[in-house]
Design a protein around this ligand. Structure first.
Ligand SMILES: *[C@@H]1O[C@H](CO)[C@@H](O)[C@H](O)[C@H]1NC(C)=O
Ligand SMILES: *[C@@H]1O[C@H](CO)[C@@H](O)[C@H](O)[C@H]1NC(C)=O
Ligand SMILES: *[C@@H]1O[C@H](CO)[C@@H](O)[C@H](O)[C@H]1NC(C)=O
Length: 626
């Protein structure tokens, strides 16, 4: 099939038969959609192929802006997300505990996939007979969508706009360690102290358990419900998660931290950045910006968190500070039409529900960015070399704010204690002290590649490789074929531990045996067994121990009397002993070499009469043994 395509391409002399790509971005966060769409745009505009894309997302814009990208918009996901107890309000997001947020996320993610797959447009597409060559999916709590790849028999590319997480690493078989890699749900950087590592280990165990015993099961039921009717023999969807071809991860070692990734997990941080010459600002905005004497400050808490829903006391502090700094003009992201009556909008503040953020941050009039430190915003700020006043809301944003502070390009104001003084101080520092901008220029040089080796090209090249090789199976880690016990080396540890125990046990057992033997032999001499009987019977035992020490004292006199007795029976005894121990019989004839002890089983101790009439017993015994 692919050979045929290559052949066709070469025959037609450069005419590229493009791939038909299916992209599904179920995430309700707009930033995920923006990141994914910029990848798709790179793909359809790349010269290597002549690809077309069908994009399914709750944020899709139906009147397709980009040629060869067809967008299908799914309604109801955001509403369901809110119904499931998730929120886009800063206040509520912060009041949820990590565990609460985590479990709600899993519920909301699964039900959203269910809604998406039940949507009329999606069902129509699935039954239309249209063929696709590649699935690109935003894989965050939406694993059931992998059924699409199986249904069409195509390879899968996962994108992760928030950077890698433990689930993604697990699916690819990428190494991760709870000592080195902080969970996305915790506000820790990679340099964790002991207490943080303990918390992180517990969290990663919790993530793993909930994934295996909660998320997997609920996604499996969604997956089965929707694909059972379409495909005859449906594999476990867990097997599909182990068969991903490529992950494009929105991170960068210089902004996050250096860590190992498999060759089919590619860091493409900054992928969504648009070249400066393609960015444009509307005229009325430019004139507002240029009339500011000291410059412009841009305020946005990200695509999803609404400034208009901040609590009134926080808003009034913000507006007070803005109104006080009259030498600056402010651009404020404000999502509702009307402005609340109890607040007054200062003269120097302009509001809009959507700003061309990249273009604004590249404009030289803009002096700084007040941001919640979402990934895309930080990249855009670095590209525009604007220092950041961070007001982080989520755990991952707090981590990002810490990292930026370490780079010397930002200051942080704690959301819970937003105060007039702190804000004013932060803005003054970042605009007057040039060290922040200088550091930002350095960071920009480190992170933003200016040549063709940029993240967008990297992503497109990798996707082309997946298309050309039919899934690049040679890049898939064999870690995927191992189960938990094997991958973690538990079986090996067990075997080694058993072997070690075995080796330790051999000398131990040997010593035990030796000690036991010598104990019994000693005990036999000093305190013979069947002591009560032996007072009388004594000799019976000493027969066995012949020549190996003194006989029991009590038996001495008995022996003498018996010696005489035995002597009289000599003929029969020696004939007996010659069959059992001939050597002793011949060497010490006078010692009345006894027959071997009749291996006295407990309770079968020969009765006293044995000595009275030994011969009778022996002969009777011989009879029975025959
Ligand atoms: C891309 O494919 C379309 C048909 O799907 C074809 O009309 C067009 O000429 C192709 N473009 C290039 C540059 O090969
Ligand atoms: C500017 O900021 C840097 C780093 O934050 C600090 O070391 C320096 O003292 C500041 N300069 C002034 C004049 O405040
Ligand atoms: C795994 O992916 C490859 C393509 O990368 C595909 O050929 C194969 O059928 C897939 N296996 C399953 C079980 O889906």
């Amino acid at each position: 099939m692919h050979l045929l395509r290559l052949l066709l391409a070469s025959l037609l002399g450069g005419f590229a038969l493009g791939a038909n790509i299916l992209a599904v971005f179920p995430s309700v966060w707009k930033s995920h959609y923006l990141f994914g769409r910029s990848l798709l745009q790179e793909l359809v505009e790349s010269r290597s192929g002549n690809h077309s894309v069908t994009l399914i997302s709750p944020h899709a814009v139906e009147d397709a802006e980009i040629p060869r990208i067809r967008e299908l918009r799914i309604e109801g996901l955001r509403e369901n997300w809110l119904d499931m107890g998730m929120s886009f309000q800063a206040e509520e997001m912060r009041s949820q505990s990590v565990m609460e947020r985590f479990t709600r996320l899993i519920y909301a993610g699964t039900t959203n996939v269910d809604i998406l797959l039940s949507d009329g447009q999606v069902r129509k597409l699935l039954t239309s007979g249209e063929k696709f060559d590649l699935l690109i999916v935003d894989l965050f709590l939406s694993d059931a969508l992998l059924g699409l790849a199986f249904y069409y028999g195509i390879p899968t590319v996962a994108i992760s706009p928030t950077g890698a997480n433990s689930w993604l690493n697990n699916m690819f078989g990428n190494p991760q360690s709870s000592s080195l890699d902080p969970s996305n749900f915790l506000p820790f950087t990679e340099r964790m102290n002991t207490k943080q590592r303990i918390v992180n280990s517990l969290m990663s165990t919790f993530e793993r358990l909930t994934y295996n015993f909660f998320h997997l099961i609920s996604q499996q039921s969604v997956y089965t419900n929707h694909f059972e009717l379409l495909v005859k023999e449906l594999p476990l969807y867990r097997d599909l998660t182990k068969n991903l071809s490529l992950a494009l991860i929105n991170s960068h070692p210089g902004l996050h931290y250096p860590r190992a990734y498999l060759p089919n997990m590619v860091e493409v941080g900054g992928l969504h950045l648009t070249p400066k010459n393609e960015l444009q600002l509307p005229n009325h905005l430019v004139s507002f910006m240029e009339t500011a004497t000291s410059g412009v400050i841009y305020f946005s808490l990200g695509a999803d968190v609404q400034t208009a829903q901040l609590p009134p006391e926080k808003l009034s502090i913000l507006l007070d500070v803005f109104g006080h700094l009259t030498e600056f003009h402010f651009l404020l992201k404000w999502e509702t039409e009307e402005f609340p009556a109890e607040l007054t909008l200062p003269e120097n503040v302009m509001i809009a529900d959507w700003w061309p953020q990249q273009a604004i941050l590249r404009h030289q009039q803009v002096k700084m960015f007040i941001s919640s430190c979402g990934q895309l915003s930080v990249w855009e700020s670095v590209a525009g070399q604007k220092p950041i006043l961070a007001i982080p809301i989520l755990a991952e944003q707090e981590v990002m704010a810490q990292r930026l502070m370490q780079h010397g390009v930002s200051l942080t104001v704690n959301y819970d204690v937003i105060a007039y003084d702190a804000l004013l101080h932060g803005i003054r520092q970042l605009t007057l002290n040039t060290s922040y901008v200088e550091k930002m220029v350095q960071l920009n040089e480190r992170l933003i590649s200016k040549d063709s080796a940029g993240p967008a090209n990297k992503a497109v090249r990798k996707i082309q490789l997946i298309l050309d090789s039919g899934g690049a199976d040679f890049l898939k880690s064999h870690a995927n074929t191992l189960n938990f016990w094997r991958a973690e080396g538990v079986d090996v540890l067990l075997i080694i531990a058993l072997g070690f125990c075995g080796i330790l046990a051999i000398p131990f057992l040997a010593i035990c045996c030796i000690l036991r033997k010598s104990y019994y032999s000693q005990a036999a001499q000093e305190h013979p067994p069947y002591r009560t009987n032996l007072k009388v019977v004594g000799r019976v035992h000493s027969y066995g121990e012949q020549g190996s020490g003194k006989p029991p004292k009590g038996a001495e006199s008995l022996r003498r009397t018996r010696s005489a007795q035995s002597l009289s029976n000599r003929s029969s005894t020696s004939s007996m002993s010659s069959t059992t121990s001939p050597s002793s019989a011949s060497t010490t004839p006078l010692d009345l070499t006894p027959p071997p002890p009749p291996i006295p089983l407990l309770g079968q101790v020969p009765p006293l009469q044995l000595y009275v009439n030994q011969q009778r017993l022996y002969s009777s015994e011989r009879k029975t043994s025959r």
